[in-house]
Design a binder for this molecule. Structure first.
Ligand code: PDD
Length: 286
């Protein structure tokens, strides 16, 4: 079965899907995206992903001729047509093009809307159970990371470095020493028995997985606090993990060569991950 793509109103094979070189997504990265995970052919929390997209579109002053319900229907149709079961839905919306390159945008663009469905290999269980490594790294990004923009050069450069070092992601920190998140994930640590993560500000993305983790913590009575962590605190964490749509809950056992906790996936991280899988099972049941 060929991989399919939805482009501005029609489904077509990916090989036949083209966007014009004048498109502002290509020229400027004037564009937002979402990544939704499909479990057994059913998108998980797609509605929340789209709420985040629409908040971002409002921030960048881009109107699209779709309501959330329209996009949810297209997701379902794309999922069905793809035939994939465990997959990512990738959605990108650009401001389209209006002739020659100009930084200034004016109303009246015809946005470009692209949706693809691609299979994904989940993290193997033994890898998750062994835990993954991370490094700390300066956060090179801009001030509006709550917007899921496709301008990802800082993330790309840092994640490539991280991947060459055999790590899952970087623990990013700002000039004032506060840890923000990863390049593709939110960051959590357990300090003095409290689960901590950065509060929702422009420094981080309001991750859908982050929200799920906090729901689980609340339901299970795990004490948590949305308060930024200092870099000099992090090596003393008893556990740490990343959270994102791809990896779900990813225990971290080593940061910059310092063992975190016992150097094995932390019990609380694994407990939260199992609860997350239960949540997925319940919400994606047909
Ligand atoms: N990344 N922070 C950043 C910078 C991210 O790029 C992501 C997601 C997250 C986690 O958000 P969520 O739980 O909604 O996936 C946090 C996606 C997977 C990506 O860029 O491919």
């Amino acid at each position: 079965m060929p991989d399919i793509c939805y482009l501005n109103g029609e489904f077509l094979p990916i090989e036949d899907a083209y966007v014009h070189i004048e498109d502002r997504g290509f020229q400027f990265g004037d564009s937002l995206y979402e990544v939704v995970r499909m479990y057994d052919g059913v998108p998980f929390r797609a509605s929340q992903h789209l709420d985040r997209l629409f908040r971002g579109l409002e921030f960048i002053q881009l109107e699209i001729p779709y309501q959330k319900e329209d996009l949810l229907e297209i997701f379902d149709e794309a999922a069905k047509r793809s035939g994939h079961s465990t997959a990512f839905i990738y959605l990108q919306v650009t401001r389209g093009s209006a002739g020659p390159r100009s930084h200034v945008f004016v109303p009246g663009y015809k946005p470009t809307v692209v949706i693809t469905v691609r299979p994904v290999e989940p993290i193997p269980e033994p890898v998750r159970e062994a835990g993954l490594k991370a490094i700390t790294h300066p956060d090179w990004r801009w001030a509006n990371n709550h917007v899921k923009a496709t301008t990802l050069l800082p993330n790309i450069l840092i994640r490539t470095k991280v991947s060459r070092l055999g790590c899952y992601d970087a623990v990013l920190y700002r000039e004032d020493g506060y840890i923000t998140e990863g390049t593709v994930s939110n960051f959590f640590a357990i300090l003095n028995g409290v689960l901590r993560t950065h509060p929702l500000t422009g420094r981080i993305l309001a991750g859908i997985t982050r929200m799920s983790v906090l729901e689980i913590a609340k339901a299970q009575g795990i004490p948590f606090e949305e308060r930024a962590i200092q870099t000099d605190e992090v090596y003393h964490a008893s556990e740490a993990f990343f959270a994102d749509t791809y990896g779900e809950v990813i225990p971290i056992v080593d940061i910059d060569g310092h063992a975190i906790g016992t150097g094995k996936a932390g019990p609380l991280a694994m407990q939260i991950w199992r609860a997350f899988r239960e949540m997925v099972k319940k919400e994606t049941a047909r």
